[in-house]
Design a protein around this ligand. Structure first.
Ligand SMILES: [Zn+2]
Ligand SMILES: [Zn+2]
Length: 233
């Protein structure tokens, strides 16, 4: 199974107009009701909505556990739709999205220990919503995530669907100042959120290894889906 979307409604000239060309559009931050109890989004309705919007893939990133992502990944395999298995780790400092961890994370993980694990496993980390009111659920870092964390990760979620426009603009400024790559994801907790923000990748791919490589290489950027011509929410 190639992981390509069959019947993608956004094709040819429309993709070109949107600047997507040979790349792909991925919602890189979604919570489903299978593991994130704060979410009402079922995996099938997530897949249906992603296909309807013309997304090329999604990533399920539950809070500190992988089960929901695994369920959605298997459903995606059966339906020929790419689902990447990520995780949003609650660290003692703030929220970090990781791909390639290969298992659950400690709830309330130590930030530095998580980063060591990320390095040891050749995984990739992204600072989630760095400029939301508070970076993490401990509310330790009001406003903006600290420089120490930004420097350690050097990959920033500039577009988060649950953020205000102002918080996303501030995140985009942080990314620019650091000259690091950015990503986007809806942070969906219900079906209406899916696809609001996305990551545009320069290349097409379907494996998690490739996703990690593309993120590390910074061949991507975050955006609102509505800002990509031809795509409609
Ligand atoms: Zn979060
Ligand atoms: Zn989240």
């Amino acid at each position: 199974m190639g992981g390509q979307v069959s019947g993608n409604p956004i094709q040819g000239q429309e993709r070109e107009a949107a600047g997507v060309n040979d790349g792909m559009v991925v919602d890189l931050h979604i919570h489903t009701n299978r593991s994130s109890y704060c979410s009402s989004l079922g995996p099938q309705e997530m897949l249906d909505r992603a296909k309807e919007l013309g997304l090329d893939a999604v990533a399920v990133t539950e809070h500190s556990v992988t089960r929901g992502a695994q369920i959605a990944y298997e459903m995606g395999l059966e339906q020929g739709f790419t689902v990447f298995r990520g995780i949003e780790v609650y660290t003692k400092m703030g929220d970090v999205i990781v791909f390639g961890l290969g298992g659950d994370a400690h709830y309330d993980a130590d930030f530095q220990e998580l980063m060591e694990e990320v390095r040891a496993k050749d995984a990739v980390a992204i600072i989630a919503h760095p400029a939301r009111g508070y970076w993490g659920h401990h509310r330790r870092y009001k406003g903006v995530c600290p420089d120490e964390a930004l420097q350690a990760v050097r990959l920033v979620e500039t577009h988060n669907g649950q953020n205000t426009r102002e918080a996303n603009s501030a995140a985009a400024e942080i990314r620019e100042e650091l000259s690091v790559p950015g990503t986007g994801g809806s942070d969906a907790h219900n079906v209406s959120h899916v696809g609001k923000c996305v990551t545009v990748f320069e290349r097409r791919f379907s494996t998690e290894e490739e996703l990690i490589d593309e993120l590390k290489a910074g061949r991507c950027f975050g955006t609102y889906l509505a800002d990509l011509d031809g795509y409609r929410l």
